[in-house]
Design a protein around this ligand. Structure first.
Ligand code: SAH
Ligand code: SF4
Length: 384
């Protein structure tokens, strides 16, 4: 089946930059207390600011009605509440949204919102580019430009919330319920900023998305995995993609440093994983490379003892990619073997394929589209 969506709107917006003021988005509670002190205000002002910034989501200091007018004016002179600029805003006819966000220095990353029946997940980026060079991933062919700051990570979420008008943070029914850190980059190579951003996002008096609704995906930075559990307690997804080191060394070169055994030991020790919060093993289906029944059986053996589930991802081809996607029959067989071994192993539907294109090939995909776009209607997904 061909995954192809027509994106209905492509809006090039004027991007305003060069705001000299300090942006408050991305500051944590301690930093806000420090900031309040620096302008001669008591710590409770920091609590008020937190409420306005992260619970109400205001974009203008004038809306902070619990602060005096002179204080609001003073704040607006030195500080801003700026979100990343929306360089492009695309909506698929299936409800998926993609934003190409431009940060203050002109670097860009995409954020994708994927609505489902009873929930909606926002896929956020942690870096511009990636230092790792996974051979099936288009992001891996680009050099790392830089880590995103905590403010830029939180800013992705705030932009999405702005777009859906989900302020103040809704207590119950929400469109944007979940976060997946599965966009561009390796989040555990930008650990401090990712931790800071997710703590801001999880704070129950602010954006308030609980750790149970956040999934962080790593290619397997073994020494950091335990810290994710200890410092964040979010759900873990691991890009496994192979059942043997020989194959994984090629697909995920980081495997040469942290081989499968060490990776799975780290998963076994992951604090907080249990049957209700299983570790997701992501597995991209590559024809003739990692998709044999023997691979499936080996996988089931490898993860035994780990509260695990699989996510089989049809390979999303990109121009020049050295792989093809496995056939539907092969993927079904692979899934059935894992199911028989007791593991859930859904195959992402074509729509998911489209989503992975966005998540794995964010900026390059957009740049390519921008270059090739001659009409406002763009085919966003590549057929695999
Ligand atoms: N760097 C992290 C998170 C970002 S990648 C990681 O590697 O886990 C998010 C997911 O998309 C990973 O499982 C990655 O392997 C997968 N992915 C990347 N390129 C892909 C492609 N072309 N087709 C299918 N999945 C892909
Ligand atoms: Fe980086 Fe993840 Fe792509 Fe590998 S799969 S190159 S770690 S973004």
């Amino acid at each position: 089946m061909v995954a192809r969506f027509l994106w209905k709107t492509c809006i090039e917006k004027t991007v305003t930059m060069a705001d000299e003021r300090t942006n408050l988005i991305g500051l944590d509670r301690d930093e806000l207390i420090h900031l309040a002190a620096s302008i001669g205000e008591k710590p409770f002002r920091a609590k008020q600011l937190w409420h306005w910034i992260y619970h109400r989501g205001v974009t203008d200091f004038d809306a902070m009605t619990t602060l005096s007018k002179p204080l609001r004016t003073a704040l607006s002179q030195s500080f801003s509440l700026a979100r990343p600029a929306v360089a492009r805003d695309e909506r698929s006819n299936d409800g998926t949204s993609k934003w190409l966000l431009r940060f203050a220095d002109g670097n860009e990353a995409e954020t994708v919102f994927i609505p489902e029946e009873d929930r909606g997940a926002l896929c956020v980026s942690s870096q511009v580019g990636c230092t790792l060079t996974c051979s099936f991933c288009h992001t891996g062919t680009q050099r790392l430009v830089r880590d995103l700051t905590a403010g830029e990570i939180v800013g992705q979420l705030m932009t999405a919330r702005d777009s859906y008008g989900e302020w103040p943070s809704p207590p119950g029914d929400r469109l944007l319920t979940n976060i997946v850190v599965m966009g561009m980059g390796e989040p555990l190579f930008n650990f401090d900023n990712v931790v800071k951003a997710l703590r801001i996002i999880m704070d129950p008096e602010g954006i308030a998305i609980s750790k149970r609704r956040i999934t962080l995906s790593t290619s397997g930075v073994v020494p950091m995995i335990k810290k994710v559990g200890e410092q964040l307690g979010v759900k873990l997804a691991v890009s496994l993609h192979a059942a043997t080191d020989d194959v994984r060394d090629v697909l995920v070169p980081l495997n040469k440093k942290y081989p499968i055994r060490e990776l799975l030991d780290a998963c076994r020790a992951y604090p907080g994983a249990d049957n209700a919060r299983r570790i997701t093993f992501e597995y991209v289906m590559l024809k003739g490379v990692n998709d044999s029944p023997a691979d499936a059986r080996a996988l089931a053996r490898l993860v035994s003892g780990i509260p695990a589930k699989f996510n089989l991802i049809p390979f999303n081809a990109w121009p020049g990619a050295p792989y093809e996607c496995s056939s539907v029959a092969t993927m079904n067989r692979f899934a059935a073997i894992l199911n028989e071994a007791g593991y859930s192993a859904p195959i992402r539907v074509p729509r998911g394929r489209d989503i992975m294109a966005a998540c794995g090939q964010l900026r390059s995909d957009s740049q390519r589209q921008r270059r090739s776009r001659t009409t406002p209607q763009v085919a966003a997904a590549s057929p695999a």
